[in-house]
Design a binder for this molecule. Sequence first.
Ligand code: ADP
Length: 162
Amino acid sequence: MKSAVYPGSFDPVTYGHIDIIKRAARMFDQVTVAVLDNKAKTALFSVEERVRMLQKVTEDIPNVRVDSFNGLLVNYAARENLHVAIRGLRAVTDFEYELQIAQTNRLLSKGALDTIFLTTSLQYAYLSSSSVKEIAMFDGDISMCVPPYIEEKIREKLKAGR
Ligand code: ADP
């Protein structure tokens, strides 16, 4: 069985992430979307909330499962017996950072974890979780960035914080 892990912060999941998940799910028998519990980054949503939101927006894709992990991706991947990581590339600015992570993961895992890059679909090239949060904070329209369910969760969260 060909499996892959798609790791990230997903704070929150956007149409850009969903596009990568759908395309990866066509290439692999199983795709594990893994939410990184990164204590160093302050997130809008808790890991549990991000997992739930991802589960909801991927519920119609049978070969996608959602999980979370702490610490190094290579250790999580080894535990889960996953050998391919998927990452998305939007622009050259992503490339340098992503290349460094991919090389480091291959080195740390002694070749056990390789990374595959999917280039963004052009209509989502501008899209990032941080820009979605920023637009929402100023009551801008985010309907072209996230599914209605996620939009609702963002609005609820921002209202609670005000
Ligand atoms: P991280 O904090 O690990 O970068 P993100 O949730 O921001 O986590 O992104 C996870 C992955 O999804 C990264 O590989 C990122 O480049 C990719 N990604 C994010 N937004 C898009 C998009 N609009 N199109 C394609 N890939 C994307």
